[in-house]
Design a protein around this ligand. Sequence first.
Ligand code: ADP
Ligand code: MG
Length: 607
Amino acid sequence: MDVIRQLPDHVANQIAAGEVVQRPASVVKELLENAVDAGAKDIQLIVKDAGKTHIQVIDNGVGMSQTDVRMAFERHATSKIRDAADLFQLTTKGFRGEALASIAAVAHVRCLTRKNDEAAAHSLHIEGGKVVDFGQEAHPVGTSIEVKNLFYNIPARRQFLKSDSVELNHITDEFQRVALAHTDVAFRFYHNNTMLFHLHPGSLKQRIIGIFGKKIDDKLVPVDETTEHVRFTGFTGKPDAAKKRRGEQFFFVNNRFIRYQKMHYAVMRAYEDLLPSGTYPPYFIFIDVNPATIDVNIHPTKTEIQFNDENMIFSVLASAVKHSLGKHNVAPSLDFELGQAFTLPSMPKEVIPQQPTIKVNKDYNPFSNARPASGSPSMAASFTGRERDKGIDGWESLMIPDEQVPEAKQANLWQEEQEESSEGTYVLANKFIVQLQSDGIQLIHPRRAHERILYESLMKTMHASTAPSQQLLFPQSVHLSLAERQQLEPWLPVLVSVGFDVDIDEDNHVQFFGLPVHISESSIPNIVEELLRDISESDHIDELRFQRSLIKNLAKNGALRSVAGLSKADLQSLVRDLLRCEEPQLSLHGKPIMHNLRIDELEKIFH
Ligand code: ADP
Ligand code: MG
């Protein structure tokens, strides 16, 4: 008996759809690209429930004739190439003729399309790949394609979709890629009736600012390098624009967004030592090459590409970026003509550098409930971020109110402090606190210790619902893009619960009027940045998780960078605060905070 059978069309289409349509963002990408290919100058993207229920793209492009619109939803039906040779002369985004057929196989689709020489629009309803209605309707010139109930007939796919915030992020990514590549086209993007982006036609720089906000304006330097075979244009970020969050790195090859890890490394090479590790500069790099030297046909979603001579491309790219950074004085460059004027001032030999001194209130008893005498900066709440920025002025980390420490423990600790002279606390290589004790040596990692202390204390204040806040003299603000605002806004109450006094104004500035104690103004941009990253990276974020990562983030940003300049008393209160923590041994990232070497262990070493 013969066993091989040709699959019915709708099954074959569903299988093909699996490749093209993985999630709502894939539909968005295909529809936007079709609109661009149709020569549209005004494109609207309307999405509901992160695309799970509704995706619509309305364009003012050339539209389709009656026959074409029926053909458009057939597999391998395309107006863009005629034969294989055309693949090497591509000027359009699409060329496979698979997208509409695939989308129609897994959703309810309604298409309205009108050419400028026709009086009415053709309307077509398709469900699960079958035409259910075909007619005419009034509609402006151009095309509107509405995709509803994606994967309604493939429950497994539907279940596989991530939370709305993750799916919306993917959609936003696709939208940004198309919008960046077509700065002459106006775009509007609505999600659940809120406008997330409104982009006017303009220059690339204007488009980048339209998407990422004004804050990126002075952080970019232009890239422009032409060789015989390739041209690089666009912008790359100054080193101080680098972020831990990825998402602002874009390569476009012949105006098509491309994901290319090796090309990313080439850019990173250009930054060499200019960036803190684990951070990425934004870049928007457009690469123009002869279409005959690339092959875009190697991946169904077309974000991968092959160059004939990739090593040449990489090295020109690295040097183009380096060149831009150097030209705009953001990378140190050697210039011998400058002569002596720019050498570092050298210190006269006989002057011995002085250790900076700090003032400490010796009478301060951290366990007394009485407020210290005037002028002594002792309680955490009086310690503002600004002071921290200037330098350490007394160790102030007793955020855990004394009442919470049992009497006996207090007495005990106090006694230990009095015995200080016979034992002692030291700093080793600016990196470790070393405590000599009667029964051995205790080594402590100060930064991890401080993070742990801040974390536990912030957790407590949050549950106590009276988080202390230090008001800022001058409110600080961070500009957000519309999309970032959407992400952050729902979480403002949680920020308030840990001591932020914060609001978002109508220009999308997050305004900070007050901060939790221990958080300095200078870490605000970092904190916002990390929060946005947490929100966009986690698949499902609930309140508890958000609180926890917020507090981790605050502890990290509020913690000491160095122990240089801390007095002995400061160090001792740090150690005491650590020992009062519920988990003094482990850092927030599961690494050790302290290590004890008992005398008997030392004896073994010297055995
Ligand atoms: P491809 O883009 O690879 O050609 P698609 O399945 O995405 O394949 O689209 C099939 C055809 O339908 C296109 O080649 C084009 O002729 C037509 N088409 C799709 N979308 C539009 C649109 N928004 N405006 C005009 N024509 C369109
Ligand atoms: Mg297409």
